[in-house]
Design a protein around this ligand. Structure first.
Ligand code: MG
Length: 343
């Protein structure tokens, strides 16, 4: 198998901001698009590294450079290949996910079968995805909510002093939509219960990562009131984090770039289920390659937040759709994505 990759700058539709990055407004996101060639077929994968998890394009490229010699020539030997990468680069989950995705895409193409079918899943069970509204000034949030009119589920990024004003605007403009909130660690344990009681007024479906990772002392009281399910994101990176999360949360948000790909995400889904937890599938800002890889598992999830490609002005791939929140697991082999033609 031959592994190559390219850096790709992706323009965003709107500047992007969340509570953890309150001073930055990203207008461009850079990712690595990974190609794995074997027997006349190309498998695609995507590395969307996160500074929060101490990853970068450089560190991902260093792993990919060294990975070539560890791949071997059997794309179906996924477990040993990925275990070798995991053992040597335990922190490079985003780059490992790219290799995992490319292996799955390749395997599907060699077998002429979509990955969701290879995994034995029923695509009719794919939930609708939420569409995310990032942190912004109230007027821009209002404009974004109007622009997102087609999406029945909105995920609102909170965790700033303007939360109440933002939620008033969103609820005012979207009285009937399902609303999820994600604080990205932005709230303190002190006063959390009062803050969450206030959220009940806005009829939120779930609350994602209210407090910093590991700072869970205030969560049981919120759960006891039954305001809305609490979902762990930054608190839950890999399978071994799940038991601790089961004591404080109602569910976990699994992302391929956080855990290391489709195989590891499957392990997390089953572990979460055996701990009685709900499952959300999430993403980074990434192209349809990374989104399609996560979407292959969507029939196993309660909630999906796979809108990264919809936040881009110029997604270089297509195949997964997303109109009105409906993702398409199509009949093409592998991940089901193809490169868009020029123009
Ligand atoms: Mg989140």
């Amino acid at each position: 198998m031959k592994l190559t990759w390219q850096r790709r700058r992706l323009r965003l539709r709107h500047p992007w901001n969340i509570a953890r990055t309150a001073t930055s407004r990203e207008t461009v996101k850079e990712v690595l698009l990974v190609r794995l060639e074997h027997d006349g077929h190309i498998g695609w994968g995507e590395c969307a590294p996160s500074h929060y998890y101490r990853q970068s394009l450089d560190s991902g490229e260093r792993m990919l450079e060294a990975a070539q010699s560890l791949l071997g020539d059997d794309p179906f030997a996924m477990e040993p290949i990925l275990q070798r990468l995991q053992d040597r680069w335990p922190g490079e989950s985003a780059a490992i996910a790219a290799v995992d995705e490319a292996l799955h895409d390749l395997a599907g193409k060699l077998l002429d079968m979509p990955v969701w079918r290879l995994l034995g899943l029923d695509r009719a069970r794919t939930p609708l995805t939420s569409f995310t509204i990032g942190i912004d000034d109230p007027a821009t949030v209002a404009a974004k909510v109007r622009e997102a009119a087609e999406f029945p589920i909105l995920k609102i990024k909170v965790g700033t002093p303007n939360d109440r004003e933002i939620l008033n605007i969103v609820r005012g403009d979207a009285p009937d939509k399902t609303l999820r909130v994600d604080a990205n660690c932005g709230w303190a344990c002190a006063g959390l219960l009062e803050k969450c009681r206030e959220l009940a007024r806005y009829r939120v479906e779930l609350i994602e990562q209210p407090t910093p990772a590991g700072d869970h002392a205030a969560l049981p009281a919120v759960r006891e009131e039954g305001i809305a399910p609490l979902i762990a994101d930054e608190s839950c990176i890999e399978p071994r984090d799940i038991p601790a999360c089961a004591a404080a949360f109602d569910g976990i948000n699994i992302k391929l770039s956080k855990c290391g790909g489709i195989r590891r995400a499957l392990q997390m889904i089953h572990t979460a289920r055996s701990c009685g937890l709900k499952v959300m599938l999430g993403c980074m800002v990434e192209t349809s390659v990374g989104i399609a890889a996560a979407a292959q598992l969507a029939p196993l999830a309660d909630y999906i937040d796979l809108d990264g490609h919809l936040l881009l002005a110029d997604d270089p791939f297509e195949g997964i759709g997303g109109h009105a929140g409906r993702l398409t697991l199509n009949d093409r082999p592998g991940l089901g994505v193809v490169e868009r033609g020029p123009g």
